[in-house]
Design a protein around this ligand. Structure first.
Ligand SMILES: Nc1ncnc2c1ncn2[C@@H]1O[C@H](COP(=O)(O)OP(=O)(O)OP(=O)(O)O)[C@@H](O)[C@H]1O
Ligand SMILES: [Mg+2]
Length: 390
């Protein structure tokens, strides 16, 4: 039977005397039938809905107010409706393939259900910061035509003892009432290993609450979780996710695509682009985006059509070494660092032009002598090690 999961949800809601949930799932079924050009069936359901109006998800967005933390009185979730396509992200073919497989599994949920094969629609995404995990969750919800309900770990984790578990329960109840993708972002903030000795008592309760809520979830509700710290996750939490997806830092092919996408019309020649690709090794998509936007702004301000490689590489260095950039306390240290990092890009002439100093001053800076009035040779004692940070 097609659309069995919607029918099951509608039945479940009717038996629990929850007309709003029944109406929401009926509306979802109407849109699916319309997509499939089953106009007559869609109309039949629409007529029933029109006769017994209930506040539906489709007409009002999420029909009930999102849950709140009792202490801070702030919402514990954000709701993103699927009305606008999320930005495109560049994905490794394996990642893109896994996302497609997951979408297919969710869409064919009815078929599995009819066959009596229990499948749950749960995906755990993990990998370093800024690699597109949140963007992938947005894309999945958008492709499924469902709102994305994202937990806000800052408000979900309450200062009140016991309130975090209550907040979690309310979020799951909210997700169960609304057709949606529930997204537990920064999952490690909740699903930490119970043997982590730091905050045992409350943490154990939180993880137990999480496990109970996941187990009680209807298998047709799509659940996605994302974390940067998969090693902190409790093994029992891991086991609840039958689909896992590791996203890595972008490889050269992906970096090239990301640079092109983010620089847009400011993208340089293929040769210069190759340099950016090479020297952005170890950076995440998010870091490349920050660098690219920064470069585009500078290019526009300086009145150029395309990025100027030396200036762009100087910006890139700042992003790459952001945590140690304070050591560039003088032009001299910066010149030296850039020269050591990318000698082919930063010739003496290029550096002189970039910093508005003479070639001799650049040569002196490289030899470790102070530039007139711009620094002291002491600053070389805190010389950075270019390229060592991500
Ligand atoms: N592979 C990519 N292609 C294009 N853009 C990317 C890519 N990875 C990240 N970005 C951009 O970087 C920004 C941050 O990405 P996102 O929030 O999805 O990363 P994340 O893995 O969830 O990060 P965090 O671990 O910090 O939560 C987004 O605006 C996204 O467009
Ligand atoms: Mg994220």
């Amino acid at each position: 039977m097609e659309h069995l999961s919607e029918v099951v949800k509608i039945l479940e809601a009717a038996l629990r005397h929850d007309p709003r949930k029944a109406a929401d799932y009926a509306s979802l079924l109407v849109s699916k039938l319309e997509d499939e050009k089953q106009g007559r069936q869609a109309n039949a359901i629409r007529t029933v809905l029109a006769k017994t109006p209930a506040p539906t998800f489709a007409s009002t967005g999420v029909a009930t107010a999102p849950p709140r933390d009792q202490d801070s009185q702030l919402d514990t979730v954000d709701v993103l409706n699927p009305d606008r396509a999320p930005e495109e992200i560049v994905l490794h073919p394996y990642v893109a393939g896994t996302v497609q497989d997951f979408l297919m599994a969710v869409r064919s949920h009815e078929r599995w259900l009819a066959e009596g094969i229990a499948t749950a629609s749960r995906l755990l995404i993990y990998g370093p910061p800024g690699t597109g995990k949140t963007s992938i969750a947005r894309k999945i919800a958008y492709d499924l035509g469902l709102p994305l309900i994202t937990t806000r770990s800052d408000t979900l984790v309450s200062s009140l003892l016991g309130q975090t578990s209550r907040n979690i329960r309310q979020v799951f109840e909210f997700a169960d009432r609304n057709p949606c993708v529930l997204f537990l972002d920064e999952f490690d903030a909740l699903g930490k290993d119970r043997t982590d000795s730091r905050e045992i008592g409350e943490l154990q309760r939180v993880v137990i609450a999480l496990l109970q809520n996941i187990d009680a979830m209807s298998p047709s509700t799509v659940l996605i979780a994302a974390t940067n710290h998969e090693s902190l996750l409790d093994p029992a939490v891991w086991r609840r996710f039958e689909n896992t997806l590791k996203v890595d830092l972008p490889n050269p092919v992906e970096r090239q695509e990301i640079w092109k996408q983010k620089l847009g019309r400011f993208a340089p020649s293929p040769k210069d682009l190759e340099v950016l690709v090479r020297f952005s090794e170890g950076l995440s998509g998010a870091a490349i985006q920050t660098a690219a936007f920064d470069m585009a702004r500078t290019t526009m301000l300086e009145g150029h059509e395309q990025i100027v490689l030396t200036s762009a590489m100087r910006r890139l260095a700042r992003i790459k070494w952001y945590d140690r950039y304070h050591v560039f306390d003088s032009v001299q240290t910066e010149i030296l660092a850039l020269r050591q990092w990318a000698p082919t890009v930063f010739s003496i002439r290029a550096l002189a032009e970039l910093f508005g100093v003479s070639a001799r001053q650049v040569s002196n800076a490289i030899k470790g002598e102070a530039l007139n009035g711009t620094g002291t040779s002491d600053s070389f004692t805190s010389e950075p090690t270019p390229g060592s940070t991500a």
